[in-house]
Design a protein around this ligand. Structure first.
Ligand SMILES: *Cc1c(COP(=O)(O)O)cnc(C)c1O
Length: 345
């Protein structure tokens, strides 16, 4: 299957010309950069950053084993999520389909862009019902958003179901893999080239520990990456982000070590939580957090806040009734949580 991107794009996006900076046309060492009205003083901060982020992309390409032409880098994953709406979804007309419960940003980006949202519930065990998702599609559906491992449930969605959706839907399918470093064998990245309508989102905010840097990735067919690059802010990643990102990406072993510690702590956290009489169920997780169903989740949430421990109250969300979402912290943080919960029995 090949991608007819022109059929999917909004008319205004198909025909627009990108902003072109002089620095796009020239690379190398100039005798004098007099093209961008920069201040000649205060180096290196006086210069605009590389709009194509070539050094950082080369490193990401190496780490992910994906060609540079299939990589988009953004100001967090939030940026490619928003850009996908702006590229493909006609406001007040088109819609997206996603699952429920899932990450809240898809709806925020849809609302911002005045695009409809059709959410299909997961099963009671948070499993994907692929046929129900496909049945929710209509002629104005441009994008299906899936999140695997899913936030807030923590489980990786059924692979066959996701493949069925990608192969059956003629629009764009986004698989958000923000938590994939905690279960790398379930990534779609190695098979990206088989699916021209697939966009994989990943981030440096979780396993890589760089949430404060705001650095997200989208991987997709060259034509999709070209469109996202055309409509982004030209200088979407600052010099600081590009430099610090490159520096922190030098040490992949560090990330692997953190993931190993977090996975070990996760198993301990699950076992510890199950001991409390007020904990009804701890859901299976493929991410760096757990969803736990409890008696009186709000009371426990408030008690923990009073103890200066902040978890996420998801108890008012359909299918998450009674649930708190708890990130796996350091061994010390997790011990602090358990000490506090001990105070409840
Ligand atoms: C945390 C998270 C992200 C990361 O967003 P950034 O903007 O890259 O920090 C993306 N998707 C999901 C589902 C998340 O939970």
């Amino acid at each position: 299957m090949s991608l007819d991107i022109n059929k999917l794009l909004r008319d205004n996006i198909r025909t627009m010309k990108p902003y072109s900076s002089a620095r796009d046309e020239f690379s190398g060492e100039a005798a004098a950069f007099l093209d961008a009205n920069e201040n000649p003083y205060n180096s290196p901060w006086n210069r605009y950053p590389d709009p194509r982020q070539l050094k950082l992309k080369a490193r990401v390409s190496e780490i992910k084993n994906i060609p540079v032409k299939n990589i988009f880098l953004g100001n967090g994953s939030d940026e490619p999520i928003d850009l996908l709406f702006r590229a493909f979804c006609e406001p007040a007309k088109d819609n997206i389909v996603s699952i429920h419960p899932t990450y809240g940003m898809y709806r925020v980006a849809a609302d911002t862009n005045n695009v409809g949202v059709n959410l299909v519930p997961l099963t009671a065990d948070f499993e994907l019902d692929a046929d129900a998702v496909l049945a929710a599609v209509n002629t104005d559906t441009k994008i299906i958003f899936l999140c695997s491992p899913n936030n807030p449930s923590g489980n990786a969605l059924n692979n066959k179901g996701m493949v069925h959706i990608i192969e059956s839907f003629s629009g764009i399918v986004v698989v958000d893999e923000a938590y994939i470093d905690f279960c790398p064998e379930k990534s779609f990245l190695p098979v990206l080239s088989q699916y021209p309508n697939l966009v994989i989102l990943q981030t440096f905010s979780k396993a890589w520990g760089m949430a404060g840097l705001r650095l997200g990735m989208a991987f997709a067919d060259e034509q999709i990456i070209e469109v996202l690059s055309r409509i982004k802010y030209p200088y979407n990643l600052s010099i600081l982000t590009q430099q610090k990102g490159l520096e922190l990406l030098a040490d992949e072993q560090q990330k692997l070590n953190w993931v190993a510690i977090i996975l070990k702590e996760r198993e301990k956290l699950i076992a510890d939580l199950k001991k409390y009489p007020f904990v009804i169920k701890v859901y299976a997780t493929d991410a760096n957090f757990v969803l736990a169903k409890m008696h009186d989740p709000r009371g426990i949430y408030q008690y923990l806040v009073d103890e200066k421990i902040i978890v996420r109250d998801r108890s008012s969300i359909a299918l998450c009734e009674g649930c708190l979402r708890i990130s796996v912290g350091s061994p010390e943080e997790n011990a602090t949580l358990m000490e506090a919960l001990d105070g409840l029995i």
